[in-house]
Write a protein that binds this ligand. Structure first.
Ligand code: GAL
Length: 367
């Protein structure tokens, strides 16, 4: 009997060992893909976190600079505990209050990693997993296809979720991101991309002089923990009115409660037009270099985050530190905490349904 027990322990140990070897083998190697379009625009993307590591675009004099914050190697991103530089964010971009939500009468408890709340997919979100990557050429330009299976229960979310993200660098100088996903159980999903842009070139100072126009009449006001109050506020007459192109820094220090709560801009704007259709969301212009960017999205909202939590402790690709407000993000997404906010557009993805989302960042310059 004792022998039999010993033998079965031995068999169990062997099984655990074999499956961990299999799991280790199942993880694809970390790779960096280099895309270059017909105009010499270059993007480097790694399958670790789906991170856009660099993006080189011309200024008005034809000079190319890297306009996204980040590091030189995927290992740097693994080590440095960075604030989601250039990453794919999932399953849920932005916050879910107290990391809890109810779906079909069941309460789900998510990983809590931002005070008492859940942020950007939890402790090990899509920004920290290794995706399966494949480089391909499309008729519009070079592309990288990334896929990831997020297992039922990962970070507390229900359903085995199969996600595909395609980054395409088109010959129109667009970085086009197409997200799609399916699940085998009802779940919630809100994918986004988290590049910090600086059109002066990464590491070259703050972004306060960049002029931004946002096609939004309303934004989502939040509390001190950046959780939505559940209402929408009109932008008119407030520092959140970007209907006319305005420098990011023009009103950022105004005596405004929402700006104070957010430490600057850290809010979702409600993009005009019908969610689900690809429409213009924002324009950016940097006067010194002439660089421009147009953002198009199918998402209902877009977060303007002005790098308020950067504090100079991280040093970037060219050895220069990244101080407060040295990058800005335009994260196309649903509103924060939608799973707990019945009046917000739904982020529920039903079993068998197909999730699709597209965002385009189009680069140019003005003479
Ligand atoms: C943003 C978010 C900020 C902050 C940042 C990462 O997307 O809106 O509040 O968490 O990510 O530091």
């Amino acid at each position: 009997m004792r022998r039999l027990q010993k033998l079965s322990y031995f068999a169990l140990a062997l099984l655990v060992l074999a499956s961990s070897v299999l799991i280790a083998q199942a993880q694809p190697p970390v790779t960096v893909y280099k895309l270059r379009n017909a105009h010499g625009v270059e993007a480097q993307i790694t399958n670790y976190g789906g991170i856009l590591m660099s993006l080189k675009v011309p200024d008005r004099n034809g000079k190319f600079d890297d306009v996204v914050l980040g590091f030189n190697t995927p290992e740097d991103y693994m080590k440095k505990n960075d604030p989601y530089f250039g990453a794919i964010i999932g399953r849920y971009g932005n916050r879910i209050a107290k990391g809890r939500f109810k779906l079909n009468g069941v309460e789900y408890k998510l990983a809590v990693n931002n005070g008492e709340n859940h942020l950007h997919g939890g402790i090990k979100g899509f920004d920290k997993v290794v995706w399966t990557g494949r480089e391909t050429r499309t008729k519009d330009g070079p592309a990288v296809v990334l896929t990831y299976l997020s297992k039922d229960g990962e970070e507390g979310y229900p359903g085995n979720l199969r996600v595909t993200v395609v980054y395409r660098l088109t010959n129109n100088n667009e970085l086009r991101i197409d997200y799609s996903a399916t699940t085998d159980k009802d779940t919630v999903l809100n994918l986004t991309h988290h590049s910090y842009f600086n059109f002066l070139g990464e590491g070259n100072g703050d972004i306060l002089n960049h002029q931004v126009k946002i096609d939004a009449d309303e934004f989502v006001p939040t509390d001190a923990g950046s959780i939505p109050l559940g209402t929408l506020s009109k932008v008119v007459g407030t520092p959140f009115d970007f209907l006319k192109s305005t420098a990011i820094g023009a009103r950022i220090n105004d005596d405004n409660e929402q700006l104070k709560l957010g430490n600057g801009y850290d809010h979702t704007f409600v993009i005009r037009g019908r969610a689900g259709t690809l429409r213009h969301a924002a324009s950016v212009y940097e006067p010194t270099t002439g660089r421009t960017m147009e953002v198009f999205t199918t998402e209902p909202g877009m977060q303007l985050y002005t790098g308020n939590f950067l504090n100079g402790t991280l040093t970037g690709k060219s050895g220069k530190p990244y101080p407060r407000r040295s990058g800005f993000c335009l994260e196309t997404q649903h509103y924060p905490d939608s799973p707990n906010q019945p009046s917000f557009p739904t982020t529920t993805l039903r079993k068998g349904a197909a999730y699709h989302s597209t965002t385009i960042y189009k680069f140019g310059y003005q003479k």
